[in-house]
Design a protein around this ligand. Structure first.
Ligand code: UD1
Length: 420
């Protein structure tokens, strides 16, 4: 039996929704617990399968994991053994690459499976290896997994990334936190999850400064101690609900968010005709005017996030005038357009840029979630389509959206889980 999400279009979203903790901050922070022998408590974890997979990897490796509540967990990684790594689980998520930095920092060697996650074309790790090598680690040739060792111990080093890679910056922080000496990362990524990892490690006694800027300095410390940390709100989950509300001509309030992190997204929504109001931890969106077309270019933070690019596609389909979308982070992030076309989208793409004609009428049909955010985009399209849309491969969506069906239904969407 294949689980599907069925969406009946036509309802405007209305009401309030609480946004969970950020998946892309939770994964590196959970893997960072490997650096410690003491217990840490992590709050505001999103209930998504990427988090449960990460916790299973940690507990299979020997960590003690105790739930305090459905969104808070205690982890003690004192007895973790990299050789006990469940290789089959690491291929389920891209975030498993953070095992490399954390294990190197704790043990001076690392084992990881080949990281999986969404398929956006080539997803290289050369920038990660450049940092590890600057810190004294080298790759050990092996088949079916990744092995690193630092024969002379891990020491500080200086690197300049050729692209502000989020993953490489996080791995550099993980490896540098307990290395001997100072590590400098130039052209570092500036995403909020980089700041969250640095804040977590600093609360454990690390000395990391400059996170959130392009230059990060890490003074290695000998020991880290336990702490309690609350994961930041998920700006992509938040952005997805805003895009859905704007697409349906709705009126919603997001609770427990950081409006600063959402600026690139709310700017585009305002350009398309939505009214936005923000307070310290809420964002309210109302869309009464017709949707206007706009152009979008994905860029590293604080630019428009690549993880929100697909969710804007239905808005551009429905807008007057359409627009261009330039994907500048990934080489192949338009696979979902084929599915959207089956719903009536008029869009052409050369793989790097997509041109939306606008003024489309979307019609429900059966579509396939080609990856996590593509699934969210199809769901938004379904909310605006005539008739019923059924989405398959929903395991991708479950990796990143906590209680997706419950939250959308609470906003008035007609959405249910069905089986084929
Ligand atoms: C990226 C996004 C992140 C998003 C995640 C999942 C950016 C800058 N990063 O993070 O916001 O949450 O995807 O969708 O928006 N690259 C290399 N060599 C490397 C590492 C990366 O060439 O060693 C290139 C990639 O091919 C890609 C770009 O750098 O073109 C961004 O990669 P990176 O930021 O590392 O990806 P993620 O950490 O997965």
């Amino acid at each position: 039996m294949i689980p599907l999400i069925s969406v009946r279009g036509g309802n405007r979203l209305r009401g309030e929704v609480f946004i969970g903790g950020m998946k892309n901050a939770a994964l590196p922070i959970l893997f960072a617990t490997i650096l410690l022998r003491q217990t840490v408590a992590i709050e505001n974890l999103p209930a998504v399968t990427d988090v449960t997979t990460t916790l299973r990897i940690l507990s299979d490796m020997g960590a003690r994991v105790t739930w305090e509540s459905p969104t808070a967990v205690q982890v003690n990684a004192a007895d973790v053994d990299p050789n006990a790594l469940p290789l089959n689980l690491t291929t389920r998520l891209r975030g498993s690459s953070y095992l490399l930095g954390a294990e190197l920092g704790r043990f001076g060697y690392a084992v990881s499976g080949l990281p999986g996650g969404c398929d956006f074309g080539n997803r290289p790790l050369d920038q990660h290896f450049m940092i590890f090598s600057a810190l004294g680690a080298e790759v050990v040739p092996s088949v079916g997994n990744i092995r690193l060792t630092a024969p002379g111990g891990l020491h500080g080093g200086a690197v300049r990334l050729s692209f502000p890679s989020v993953g490489a910056t996080l791995n550099g922080i993980l490896a540098g936190a307990t290395a001997d000496g100072t590590t400098m990362i130039e052209n570092a990524a500036r995403e909020p999850h980089i700041v969250d990892l640095a804040n977590f490690l600093n609360a454990c006694g690390a000395e990391i400064s400059g996170a959130g800027t392009s230059q990060i300095r890490i003074n290695g410390v000998k020991n880290l101690h336990g702490c309690r940390h609350r994961i930041i709100p998920d700006m992509i989950e938040a952005g997805t609900y805003l895009a859905a509300a704007a697409a349906t001509g709705g009126h919603i309030r997001l609770r427990a968010v950081n409006p600063d992190h959402l600026e690139a997204v709310t700017d585009r929504l305002a350009a398309m005709g939505a009214s936005i109001a923000a307070s310290e931890d809420t964002v309210t969106l109302t869309r009464m005017l017709p949707l206007r077309g706009t152009d979008i270019e994905t860029l590293p933070y604080p630019g428009f996030p690549t993880d929100m690019q697909p969710q804007f596609a239905p808005l551009l389909c429905l807008s007057e005038g359409g627009g261009l979308v330039y994907e500048r982070v990934w080489e192949n992030r338009f696979r979902y357009l084929e599915e959207l076309r089956r719903m009536g989208a008029n869009v052409i793409s050369d793989g790097l840029c997509a041109r939306f004609r606008g003024g489309d009428r979307l019609t429900g049909t059966r579509v396939c979630a080609t990856d996590l955010r593509a699934g969210a985009a199809l769901l938004i399209a379904g909310l605006c389509a005539e008739g019923e849309t059924t989405i398959s491969e929903i395991r991708h969506i479950e990796r990143g959206y906590p209680d997706l069906i419950g939250k959308f239904r609470s906003l008035g969407a007609e959405l249910r889980l069905v089986t084929d």
